[in-house]
Design a protein around this ligand. Structure first.
Ligand SMILES: Cc1cc2nc3c(=O)[nH]c(=O)nc-3n(C[C@H](O)[C@H](O)[C@H](O)COP(=O)(O)O)c2cc1C
Length: 159
């Protein structure tokens, strides 16, 4: 089985709704086992066990929330072991043009530093799905599509 981990941080529930949709998409791909976890529960062992990791954060001051950055900082102890794993990002923000792309890029930047493989897309938000406020159905659709895309790419590399 190809192992996908969807990690999210959410206080008011918007990013959690996106995370559930990402996990739904990933789970729909054959031979994929998908785990959905809140950032507070994730350990370095979970990172090492996964083949692909999708991280979602609210946009806080134009970047990932401190709780999510803190998780990346803890992975310094397993630096090198994430090389070649597939990564992707998604976010929710208060408004459009208020930092959501920067947030996805801040997550992707951390993944690239860890040696992970990040794929873009021509079919939707290039840097990862986003929603302004409560996700609308079209946002959840982008989130599901991300899950499918990452799971399919990860299966191709690791399956
Ligand atoms: C500390 C803090 C900083 C925020 N900074 C931004 C921001 O820079 N840009 C923005 O559009 N929204 C900002 N927001 C709004 C959140 O990104 C938005 O409400 C998000 O959907 C919350 O996600 P959650 O429901 O998963 O907790 C901020 C909210 C908080 C609490």
């Amino acid at each position: 089985m190809t192992r996908i981990l969807v990690v999210y941080f959410s206080v008011t529930g918007n990013t959690r709704l996106m995370a559930e949709a990402v996990a739904e998409g990933a789970s729909s791909v054959a031979d994929v086992d998908c785990q959905l976890m809140a950032v507070e529960k994730v350990t370095n062992e979970d990172w090492v066990a996964a083949d692909g990791i999708i991280v979602g954060s609210p946009t806080y001051f134009g970047q990932m929330a401190a709780e999510v950055k803190g998780m990346f900082d803890v992975t310094e102890r397993i630096y090198g072991q994430l090389e070649g794993k597939v990564g992707a990002a998604f976010t929710t923000s208060g408004g459009l043009g208020c930092g959501h792309e920067l947030t996805n890029m801040s997550i992707i930047t951390a993944m690239l530093v860890a040696g992970m493989v990040v794929g873009g897309t021509t079919k939707g938000p290039h840097f990862g799905p986003f929603a302004a406020g409560t996700p609308a159905e079209k946002d959840l659709e982008q989130a599901r599509a991300l899950g499918v895309r990452v799971a399919a790419l990860t299966r191709k590399l690791f399956g």
